[in-house]
Design a protein around this ligand. Structure first.
Ligand code: FAD
Length: 380
């Protein structure tokens, strides 16, 4: 039986909205500082529409690596008695660490160590308002919760290529879902900064048609000695004349035909099929189509200033300062949804966690200073 939701009259010091990497880092840090916290983690549907669901193998965080644990476990399994277990460990392929593993671990640590400080809700926050006293009210399934500090970590979603696939029944279905199996097996990538090194010296099909797509194809060549091809999937290339010249110089082929199949293989991508009948052979796909949306609704309801001037509202990040605070006092935005004023938009696991921890440090400091002031006032 599902646990009943917390009482709206509960008193919280912090509300965290978002159950991905940034939200879990914020909730865990709030718990470690012993702050009464409500963590609204989102529904199953919210999770499906988030990046937290998609990252199967985090490979760019130094130290988050199965090599460390393997070595320690191997040491524990010393001696003849454990020879079989050791052999099984050595035979096991790479043990990937996913975003879900990290979030699940944070949930376990909070439940086991800080259960009395953190209430959790696996539901959607639908509305956020600010009271006259400056505190926040967040509504979940008709119940409204209150706290003086609010941390939003609701993330973003990437745009996916439509694929013109013919099903086994012979029907042509133009859908984004055809790429998911290859994306889930990490044969299609999304983040050059996180995963580009995996492609070293191999063939990569970059999907997209913008200037960023061209820059990524060039970077693959320059940084990783990878052989890139660009698949515009029926769109007109939107890159500059200089980029076109560099792509040609680097031997990057540009295919403009629609994609009709991009399928996972047992250990690498199968050749990508195009509508004009040609095939593109690549070990990796890399989607470079920008954002489908930023989940900024709650920040917009609260009047927080957005970045990305000139873009549609649903694609705009929320502006934060170096502490993670928005233009609304005590409203913090962390993770992929945030755009810090002093750096380009960062969208990695470690930046999400760093923003979250920094925001909680600021909240904690404000609370402690207020407590000290109250004590001194009383003493004087
Ligand atoms: C395919 C892929 C591979 C990647 N690989 C790497 C990698 O190897 N290394 C790396 O560092 N980074 C990687 N990244 C980037 C990394 O995944 C993100 O930076 C990180 O997940 C962002 O975390 P987040 O918490 O900001 O957002 P998300 O992980 O997207 O989480 C958002 C959360 O908010 C919840 N939510 C949304 N709306 C609501 C609401 N109204 N109420 C309540 N909850 C809500 C969702 O359920 C979800 O839990 C990758 C990204 C992708 C797409």
């Amino acid at each position: 039986m599902a646990a009943s939701p917390p009482d709206p009259d509960s008193s919280y010091e912090v509300i965290v909205v978002g159950g991905g990497i940034a939200g879990s880092a914020a909730a865990l840090r709030a718990a470690q500082y012993l702050h009464r916290t409500l963590w609204i983690r989102g529904s199953k549907l919210d999770a499906k529409r988030s990046r937290a669901q998609w990252v199967y193998n985090i490979d760019n965080m130094i130290g988050v690596h199965d090599g460390i644990v393997r070595k320690k476990v191997r040491k524990l399994l010393r001696g003849e008695a454990h020879a079989e277990a050791r052999a099984a460990l050595d035979a096991a392929p790479h043990l990937p660490i996913s975003t879900r593993d990290i979030v699940d671990n944070a949930v376990e640590r909070i439940v086991e160590g800080y259960g009395q400080y953190v209430d959790q809700l696996e539901d959607t926050a639908t509305e956020a308002r600010r009271s006259e006293d400056g505190s926040f009210q967040v509504t979940v399934d008709g119940r409204t919760y209150r706290a003086p500090h609010l941390v939003l970590a609701t993330g973003v979603m990437d745009r996916q290529p439509e694929i013109l696939k013919t099903t086994r029944k012979g029907e042509v279905k133009d859908d984004i879902k055809w790429i998911y199996p290859a994306a889930n097996r990490e044969q299609v990538l999304y983040c050059i900064r996180c995963e580009g090194h995996l492609t070293r010296g191999q063939k990569v099909a970059v999907i997209g048609a913008s200037e960023t797509t061209a820059q990524i194809a060039m970077m693959l060549h320059e940084r990783y000695a990878s052989a890139a091809a660009v698949l515009t999937n029926g769109e007109e290339p939107g890159w500059s004349a200089d980029s076109a010249r560099l792509l040609e110089h680097y031997g990057v082929a540009v295919h403009r035909s629609r994609i009709t199949a991009i399928d996972a293989g047992s250990d690498r991508l199968q050749p990508i099929q195009l509508e004009d009948g040609s095939e593109v052979d690549a070990e990796w796909g890399l989607v470079s189509m920008g954002l489908y949306c930023t989940y900024n609704d709650l920040a917009v309801q609260l009047g927080a200033q957005l970045g990305d001037e000139g873009r549609p509202q649903q694609e705009r990040h929320v502006r934060i300062d170096a502490r993670g605070e928005t233009s609304v006092p005590n409203l913090f935005v962390v993770g992929d949804l945030a755009q810090r004023e002093d750096e380009p938009v960062m969208k990695q696991v470690y930046t999400s966690q760093e923003y979250a921890v920094r925001a909680l440090d600021v909240i904690d400091r404000r609370m402690r200073l207020a407590r000290r002031k109250a004590i001194l006032d009383e003493l004087s």
